[in-house]
Design a protein around this ligand. Structure first.
Ligand code: AMP
Length: 194
């Protein structure tokens, strides 16, 4: 199974990634983690990526694509993976589709984690200044929605998007909803070897 995750911080992506990785026996790849590890190792690509990350900018598409495709070609990813943080833009999604086609495989699904302002507020530490908190959360969510909208629409056009309600119930409840989505996927086929 090849899964792409899209969702704001605080929506439960991390917890669900760990559960999916364990239950589906596929690795979880976070591009932020991969880039931070490369930076810490001071590898050439890590040093180059750090220049962009320090400025809070996205690293160039060619660079992230080379890193991600390289990892996805490893034997550990032969029967699938959970991708978190890539693709981030429509051009990245298009390049990913071209790469998948070359590998004669396809994405299984895109999980879009949605979370309400109330849930995010609950998860915000601190007391008082409730109106301020709500305003900050609302702005953050709007910013996130604006950024991801084209990507979500791209995958919606491909019929791949399934919504996971991140804040409802326990982690196990949320995972049960993911399991149900997976069980009901059309044409579920055994993963091809890369
Ligand atoms: P994250 O932990 O996902 O927020 O990623 C941390 C930083 O890594 C981002 O601010 C970007 O600079 C870089 N990064 C992660 N994923 C990507 C991507 N798909 N495309 C470009 N830059 C990325």
């Amino acid at each position: 199974m090849r899964i792409v995750l899209i969702g704001p911080p605080g929506a439960g992506k991390g917890t669900q990634s760990a559960l999916m990785s364990e239950k589906f026996q596929i690795p979880h790849l976070s591009t932020g983690d991969i880039l931070r590890a490369a930076t810490a190792e001071q590898s050439e690509v890590g040093r180059e990526a750090a220049k962009f990350m320090e400025r809070g900018e996205l690293v160039p598409d060619e660079m992230i694509q080379e890193i991600v495709f390289n990892q996805l070609s490893s034997p550990a990813c032969a029967s699938g993976y959970i991708l978190d943080g890539f693709p981030r833009t429509v051009p990245q999604a298009e390049a990913f589709d071209r790469w998948l086609a070359e590998q004669e495989c396809a994405l299984s699904l895109v999980l879009k984690f949605s979370v309400t302002e109330d849930v995010l507020l609950e998860r915000l530490a601190g007391r008082g200044r409730k109106d301020d908190d709500r305003e900050i959360v609302r702005k953050r969510m709007q910013h996130y929605l604006n950024l991801t909208k084209p990507l979500v629409e791209y995958y919606q056009d491909h019929g791949l998007v399934h919504v996971v309600k991140g804040g409802q119930g326990s982690a196990e409840d949320v995972f049960a909803s993911i399991q149900e989505i997976v069980d009901n996927l059309p044409n579920r086929q055994p993963a091809k070897k890369n």
